[in-house]
Design a protein around this ligand. Sequence first.
Ligand code: AMP
Ligand code: ZN
Length: 480
Amino acid sequence: MGVSKGNMFEIEVKKVSLYNTRSRGVEEFAGIRPGYAGVYCCGPTVYNYQHIGNLRTYIFEDLLTRVLRRAGYQVTHVMNITDVGHLVSDADDGEDKMALAAKREGKRSHDIASYYTDIFFEHCAWLNIRRPDIVCKATEHISEMIELIKMLEHNGYAYQAGGNVYFDVARFSRYGDFARLDMDNLLAGARIDVDSNKRGPLDFALWFTKSKFENQELQWDSPWGRGYPGWHIECSAMARRYLGDSFDVHCGGIDHIPVHHTNEIAQSECATGKCQAKFWLHGGFLTTASEKMSKSTGEFLTLDVLKKREIEPLAYRFFCLGGHYRKELAWSWEAVESAGRTLVKMRRRIDEIRESVEEGLDDEFSQVGLELLSAFDTAVFADLGIAKAMAVVHETISDEQISSVEKLKLLSSYDEVLGLDLMCAQKEVKELPEDVVALAKERDDARQAKNWSRADEIRNQLQAAGYLVEDTADGTKVKK
Ligand code: AMP
Ligand code: ZN
């Protein structure tokens, strides 16, 4: 494993290689400043629950920041919260997702946003996704967006039409480079009837005024009239505010390449004249049998649903780590349940190792231990190669040469990257016997069917067997 030295400050960091969407190749990571990595991740649009597909992307980003920190980088992880401006289609079509949700739930946009933001972070915590160092809300950064739009206007990349301000794609010759867009075909096939204000079909809104939607709840004064920002400008402005004109890594799901990130690059680079992000990393989609998991098709699962089926959230994290972050991952209940069982087995093996620790043993790493540690790091530093890293975890558990103390130290060190609570004593979370779980399920069904006498009968049966029975919003909870 190589070590790079930052030229100015002699900061030692380990070599990390990452796939850069910009070059479509794996490159050795080098930050703009030695030893430092500014990482911007596109965050949730808080108009609904984040589904487990969205969460897969945040797990990948969490893994990335853990790996960069392990390599010695000081990381600033920034994530935005989109609480205004994201229209139903990424290409400026339809109404604001937040406004639609406010209507749907009969609440104010602000309340919708704070409700879904809180749930999002709760779900992240269940998954051991560390909270980013900076979480920034779009509605609190309108002045930064206005400033960026003014810069674009000044540089000749923005125009006003019908009360809105648009980005003029034709002025930016590199527009299609990032996503390798076939511009001629795209322009020929684009719908021109969507918004007659646009000069070109790929132009996108930087600022909307009342002319787009009357009575929009969230509005701000601007040099172009009272209105609200486009979605793409939010990320450009907030990334610039917290990480500067140029920064190290920008992440998101793979769907963001052709529109959102293409537009972000256009805005940021035309406004500042500088390269926005050196490295662009994209997570592959979680797919269901029919297609990707998506909110628009209504086909989505949340972490709550998994919990209701007694699936530990970390089993989902483990399932996600089972596929390389750039590849599609096919969702199935069987696969996630099997991941959960494997995780429990691993923790039980670690329980046994803990029990076999002999007092007074030297706690220095042996040669074999050092080799295992280095193999683990080499794997994760190679474009987040978790498959190889997991093989090292298993090898460590079953190794016969190293002491139990050493094994525990290694496993605990691996878990700083994996975030699977490997060291949590599985014995303390003893599983309930299968017949008890079945009875609890049967009781939920009986309650659903308003068969109260059967529900009571089951409760009495469980209590007689020494269990505590509670009715919760998630159904019957049984404890020994
Ligand atoms: P959104 O709230 O729709 O803006 O999405 C939040 C994040 O989840 C973005 O980075 C998306 O690219 C990502 N995402 C959306 N759908 C999926 C999916 N099915 N699998 C993985 N990531 C997704
Ligand atoms: Zn974004």
